[in-house]
Design a protein around this ligand. Structure first.
Ligand code: HEM
Length: 503
């Protein structure tokens, strides 16, 4: 085993490896069978394809491992086996709300998929549990709010970045391009300003390399190797492949943020905190004598990394999807532009207070987030104690998938849910229709800590783009495929190119 790169010897366990091998044999058998059925596509063997589903331990026949079908058969609460681990799936608005809101405390734990565990190590805000999570979450929410209302408000920072983005798109001179990197650079700079104290220039080599790693990782997460990691972590640690590159890239991103933390430590002026990192360093100092304090350099580095990653990939992918969807529907873009022209005009930057007067644009943005269903299984949760839920007993630490997908695609709340239709969020008289089922940021105690920021970014970036450009496709509108590419955790947009034609 020593010859295989990236081997972590301490993680080696003969039993775990044997288990992995047995699982692999089962998986390959199942894949062989699936290949016989015609509509098989490589990315359609996500997480679920090799799961044994059980409700009172029943094993399901092959080909039925589709969660919607399983919920129809077994009801809204059922158990799956993810490798040796049991997962309770919550399917539908009622059970998701009951668990995350009504029994919010019981379900507030973070479940850990092997890949998430390997990468995030459970020490930052996203993957931690217990007292560490409570302290980090409280501090993060307060500090994000403080910096949002600081001397340069977040809204103003986003407007400024949107201006840079528009200038950059103008310079493309209508050349067809994949806007992915442009959007990541702009979005990432917002969270960089909050966490690191400054934005990066779009030509900055260090920044470009960093974004390349993030971008490469978002591609690598679609690979079957990466998905297999969640089933056979021990085995996959020994096998070369794209997942190893993903792990290596992640370590480089981690080093990048840790170096910035160390630099801040050297240059800190406690009387004048520049950003999130400085505020955290001050908090560490305040809590020095407190043995229960969870504010350490390690939790700081990891929380910084979490905010940077959570704040970059999610929002930029949503915007990339938005441009993909909008350039398929020119009539929708036209209607949005009419609203933009009448409420904002062409000469000033969009701001959040415009949104309430722009019901159609607001509905389109909601529909984009509903339709793309970015994190279909949510980020896994766990129960923090033995829990009674409806008629079921769920033992402490059981992993929970509160399926956001089942809420966002509920066919009573959103008739014809697989269709992109802004009418899902419009009343008959054209006013905006609110829905409790709009849950792309989840709900309850672990609801996305960056929801407000993300919504502000999506609105301002998107309206700024449409205020300045019309989107010209490179293929016929009807050939533009807006269906998501499914990966283990996130739905990703298809590759596309588009021209930004100045208005
Ligand atoms: C469109 C953009 C975004 C979407 C769809 C999204 C969605 C989510 C979801 C579904 C969760 C898991 C909630 C749960 O466990 O129940 C989450 C957690 C989180 N998000 Fe976001 N997010 C977005 C943008 C952001 C941004 C911009 C930030 C930056 C501050 C951010 C920071 C976080 C953090 C720190 C958590 C972990 C919260 C915790 O575990 O307590 N997110 N997000």
């Amino acid at each position: 085993y020593c010859t295989v790169p990236y081997v972590d010897h301490s993680a080696f366990s003969a039993i775990a490896l044997l288990e992995d091998l047995l699982q692999l044999i089962t998986l390959s058998e199942r894949h062989r069978e699936r290949r016989k059925s015609p509509p098989w596509r490589p990315w359609e063997q996500p997480l679920f394809s090799c799961w044994y589903a059980s409700h009172a331990s029943w094993h399901l026949p092959h080909g039925e491992a589709d969660l919607k079908k399983l919920s129809e058969k077994y009801g809204p609460v059922f158990t799956l086996h993810l490798g040796p681990q049991k997962v309770v799936v919550l399917y539908g608005y009622d059970v998701v709300k009951e668990a995350l809101v009504d029994q919010g405390d019981d379900f507030s734990g973070r479940g850990s998929l092997p890949l998430l565990k390997k990468l995030f190590q459970g020490t930052g805000i996203v993957t931690s549990n217990g007292e560490t999570w409570k302290q980090l979450r409280r501090f993060t929410l307060t500090t994000l709010r403080d910096f949002g209302m600081g001397k340069k408000g977040i809204e103003e920072r986003i407007q400024e970045e949107a201006h840079f983005l528009v200038e950059r798109l103008k310079n493309t001179r209508e050349r067809p391009l994949n806007p992915g990197n442009y959007l990541i650079h702009a979005v990432s700079n917002i969270i960089c300003s909050i966490v690191f104290g400054d934005r990066f220039n779009y030509e900055d080599k260090k920044f470009l390399t960093l974004i390349d790693w993030i971008e490469e990782n978002s591609q690598l997460q679609t690979s079957i190797h990466t998905q297999a990691y969640n089933f056979f972590p021990t085995l996959m640690d020994y096998i070369p492949g794209p997942h190893q590159l993903l792990i290596k890239n992640f370590e480089k991103i981690d080093k990048f943020t840790t170096d910035i933390v160390l630099e801040h430590q050297k240059t800190l002026d406690p009387t004048c905190p520049r950003d999130f990192i400085d505020a955290f360093l001050n908090k560490m100092e305040q809590e020095k004598g407190n043995v229960d304090s969870k504010f350490t350099i390690e939790t700081l580095s990891r929380t910084t990394l979490d905010l940077f990653l959570a704040g970059t990939g999610t929002t930029s992918t949503t915007l990339r999807f938005a441009i993909l969807i909008l350039h398929k529907y020119p009539e929708i873009v036209e209607k949005m532009q009419k609203e933009i022209d009448s409420v904002i005009g062409r000469d000033r930057s969009p701001r959040m207070s415009d949104r309430s007067q722009m019901p159609f644009t607001d509905a389109v943005i909601h529909e984009i987030q509903r339709y793309i269903d970015f994190l279909p299984i949510n980020v896994p949760h766990a129960v923090i104690r033995d829990t009674k839920f409806r008629d079921y007993f769920i033992p402490k630490d059981t992993m929970i998938f509160p399926m956001l997908s089942s809420v966002l695609h509920d066919n009573k709340e959103f008739p014809n849910p697989e269709k992109f239709d802004p009418g899902h969020f419009l009343n008959a008289n054209g006013t905006f229709k609110k829905s409790d089922y709009f849950m792309p940021f989840s709900t309850g105690k672990r609801v996305c800590a960056g929801e407000g920021l993300a919504r502000m970014e999506i609105f301002i970036f998107l309206t700024s783009i449409l205020q300045n450009f019309t989107l010209k496709p490179t293929v016929d509108h009807k050939d533009i495929d807006i269906s998501p590419i499914i990966t283990s955790l996130a739905n990703m947009p298809q590759h596309y190119e588009v021209s930004f034609v100045p208005r």
